[in-house]
Design a protein around this ligand. Structure first.
Ligand code: HEC
Length: 175
């Protein structure tokens, strides 16, 4: 009865015909494949599988890197934002103080440039490296306030060394 009613209109007619029904099915299959294979869907799938602790610790790192980048932007381009320098250094210090806890949960993936499992073999050693960055970034905030160019450059190098020393031991090669 319902079919009969539907076949009255042009839409009903095409759905009734076996061939069009096949086309419709093919289209639906193709569309769902498209959605499944789209980069957005793939990224989403990875994100839902990833342990949120991994995303969190990477965000802490990105925050550290963004503040170092801000310092670089101001100094390299002589932006009239010297008043922000000490705050950026303090942001690095604060984030560095979160590193040890952020990495406490032993969970990993195999991303290039990601964490090495060595971190969880001796957390105390890893924490030492984080403490060094916290200390050097704190000292950076102090010299930023002083405005002595040579002292700032010297302290920036120490901060850079603190990043490098930890990455060398605890980060996989970036490829
Ligand atoms: C105590 C160790 C340690 C220190 C100090 C450290 N890092 Fe890292 N960093 C890591 C580890 C481990 C990873 C990999 C984390 C992961 O992917 O799970 C990482 C990853 C990163 C990443 C990539 C984040 C992402 O999205 O995958 C950036 C950027 C970064 N660090 C910048 C810095 C900068 C800049 C400094 C210094 C100012 C610094 N790090 C200091 C251990 C450290």
């Amino acid at each position: 009865m319902i079919n009969k009613g539907m076949s009255n209109g042009p839409v009903g007619t095409s759905i009734q015909s076996g061939e069009s029904m096949n086309d419709l099915r093919k289209m639906v299959v193709a569309l769902s494949l498209l959605v499944l294979l789209s980069p957005v869907a793939l990224v989403k799938a990875q994100q839902t599988e990833e342990d949120p602790s991994i995303s969190y610790r990477r965000n802490v790192m990105k925050s550290i890197a963004a503040n170092m980048g801000g310092i670089g932007d101001i100094l390299k381009n002589r932006l009239p934002l010297n008043a922000h320098l000490a705050d950026h250094a303090k942001n690095v210090e604060r984030n560095a103080a979160m590193i040890a806890k952020a990495f406490e949960k032993k969970v990993n993936d195999d991303k290039a440039g990601g964490a090495k499992d060595d971190i969880w073999k001796d957390m105390a050693k890893f924490k030492e490296k984080a403490d060094t960055l916290t200390k050097e970034a704190g000292a950076l905030a102090t010299v930023m306030g002083g405005g002595d160019g040579a002292a700032i450059m010297g302290q920036l190098q120490k901060v850079g060394k603190a990043c490098k020393s930890c990455h060398e031991d605890y980060r996989k090669p970036k490829n």
